[in-house]
Write a protein of this length. Structure first.
Length: 256
């Protein structure tokens, strides 16, 4: 029975070859397009899902009253202020993307090698725990000035190994030329993450006038210039709305 039906179907296909070919090609293209779209949507939905505290971590933005404009660059002084003033904020981390970009120098037996890097960031020490980033070598303690965390690819490029804790490099950027010590090594950021930084520098480096080479606009405790991304982690995700209300109340009360 089934054999007969298959034979009849095959004969019909041979009889109407052109229309059959069009239908088969159209079906194949439709299925291929469906699979590609499904893969793209699944990839987009997977963005930043690898962070364990993702439901409790928010990025602060400033919006212009009466417009749809908003800004992610905020005065860095708001970071420690928010952490101190709002008890339901567990941590507030400042992230200065691109500010530290420059030329990195590494000394080896053949002399000094130089690399131009653009995926850098000055960060607070709490950034790594907030974003569930773990060290594969060393630790993630950036509590002191002139310390750095680098990715495995950067370690391999600079030193030919990932066993580089304690190694030093020089960095020449808008804050002058300074030496940094590698405190830890991390894995590469996944492609479905908003964070693509592979060199993290201690924000405390910019806390002194010498560390920022006289660039007072980059004072990490300043309130005059908006150039920092600020992440906050709540003890309870439901406190985000309460924080939004209270921080806006504070802004209104202190508006000059």
């Amino acid at each position: 029975m089934i054999k007969t039906q298959l034979l009849i179907a095959f004969r019909q296909l041979l009889k109407n070859r052109t229309s059959a070919l069009i239908n088969i090609v159209g079906l194949a293209l439709g299925l291929a397009a469906f699979v590609l779209i499904l893969g793209f949507v699944a990839f987009e939905w997977s963005y930043n899902q690898m962070y364990e505290n993702g439901d409790r971590v928010y990025r602060l933005v400033a919006a212009e009253t009466g417009t749809e404009d908003f800004y992610t660059g905020l005065p860095p002084g708001y970071g420690p202020f928010i952490e101190a003033q709002f008890p339901f904020v567990d941590h507030a981390a400042r992230v200065l993307l691109g500010v530290g970009d420059g030329v990195f120098g590494v000394q080896d037996e053949f002399g000094e090698k130089f690399f131009r890097e653009i995926y850098t960031a000055y960060v607070d020490p709490s950034f790594f725990s907030m974003m569930s980033i773990e060290a594969v070598r060393g630790d993630l303690n950036l509590s002191g000035p002139n310390t750095a965390i680098i990715s495995k690819s950067v370690a391999e490029k600079y030193y030919g190994s990932t066993d580089v804790v304690g190694q030093r490099f020089s960095l020449s950027n808008q804050f002058g030329t300074q030496d940094y010590q590698v405190k830890g090594v991390i894995s590469e950021p996944p492609s479905n993450s908003d964070i693509q930084t592979n060199i993290y520098l201690s924000l405390e480096t910019l806390a002194t006038d010498e560390g920022r080479d006289g660039n007072d606009w980059a004072d990490p405790d300043g309130f005059d210039n908006g150039f920092a991304g600020i992440l906050v982690e709540f003890s309870d995700p439901s406190m985000a709305d309460a924080f939004h209300e209270k921080v806006n109340e504070w802004i209104e009360e202190n508006r000059t």
